[in-house]
Design a protein around this ligand. Structure first.
Ligand code: BDR
Ligand code: CA
Length: 310
């Protein structure tokens, strides 16, 4: 089983991604670290604890990370997409377990040092602030990461929060530039593959009756469905973070090509843009997810969510 860390800002699709990982025997979720993003840090940390409790997995520690981006404060968050408390207005029961006392980067570094180099997959599904801090504070521990599977960026689809930028890249471009420019083995799961991967209401209906977990997930997806209809006119939701987790759980799910990627860090219109050089295959650089079998990916997600029934 692949030892897995999820770095997250739940967030509706984050919560779904955590539930997907917990339903997947291929991975062993060892740690959840939280990061500012969709809503404030205290709220996403509380949400992460509650999602694990929902799944009966409060044994997985939750360590809180960065409360804001490395350099520039954010002009806005994404409460209009995820609900002001981050989980679409659904109030999950509180966890009996408190947050881990360690800062996220300390918990992450300790976990990496306790595992063989190259074995741990880290799946950041929010802004890359914590991963950038790990690189700066614990570079030797960071070098032990086997794989970083990041939901973020966009090669061909423009942005979703501005014309140029995808939310997770935009929410901390300096961190994204540090991580994508590092030697870490990063796979970028961006809007190119997540926008076509739509979980419809019919798919949600299949796990709505999968016990309390399926019911809660269907509940918090309601807000996301409504936001997607209002904003993009689509029937269903792009399960951005769950698709990144699918690639972490079953490596090779997505078709990737190694590319040079530069992140826009100016304060202009290209702030947070991931500029992917698609002219050539790079020697180093980032594995950019370019192709996806969206039907198979959604089926994988739905069938794993149905497994909560038993
Ligand atoms: C990303 O932004 C967040 O709102 C989602 O949780 C996802 O991680 C998609 O752009
Ligand atoms: Ca997210």
């Amino acid at each position: 089983r692949i030892p897995l860390v999820i770095d997250t800002d739940p967030g509706i699709d984050d919560a779904l991604a955590i539930l997907l990982a917990l339903a997947s025997p291929e991975v062993d979720l060892r740690l959840v670290t939280t990061v500012h993003g969709n809503v404030e840090l205290a709220q996403v940390t509380e949400n992460a604890l509650r999602v694990l409790h929902l799944a009966g997995r409060s044994d997985v520690p939750v360590a809180a990370g960065a409360a804001g981006p490395l350099v520039h404060l954010l002009p806005e968050r994404a409460g209009h997409v995820h609900g002001t408390a981050g989980l679409g207005g659904v109030e999950l029961p509180p966890s009996p377990v408190p947050v881990d006392p360690r800062p996220a980067v300390v918990a992450l570094a300790e976990l990496l040092v306790a595992h063989d180099p190259g074995t741990v997959t880290v799946a950041p599904i929010g802004p890359l602030t914590n991963v950038a801090l790990l690189l700066h504070v614990f570079p030797e521990a960071a070098a032990r990461i086997g794989r970083v599977v990041w939901m973020g960026g966009s090669a061909t689809r423009g942005g979703n929060v501005t014309a140029a930028a995808e939310f997770n890249a935009w929410a901390d471009p300096e961190a994204a530039a540090a991580v994508l420019g590092s030697d870490l083995p990063v796979t970028m799961v961006g809007l190119d593959v997540t926008l076509p991967t739509v979980l419809t209401e019919a798919g949600i209906a299949r796990f709505r009756h999968a016990g309390p977990v399926g019911a809660a997930a269907a509940g918090f997806l309601r807000q996301y469905v409504d936001a997607a209809r209002d904003r993009y006119g689509i029937d269903g939701v792009c399960v951005h973070d769950a698709l990144a987790l699918t690639e972490a759980i079953v490596p090779g799910t997505l078709g990737t090509v190694r590319r040079d990627v530069v992140v826009g860090t100016s304060l202009g219109a290209d702030r947070g843009q991931t500029l992917v050089d698609r002219r050539t295959v790079a020697d180093r650089g980032v594995e950019v997810a370019e192709t996806v079998d969206s039907g198979a990916a959604v089926e994988f997600l739905v069938s794993r969510m149905c497994s909560y029934r038993s």
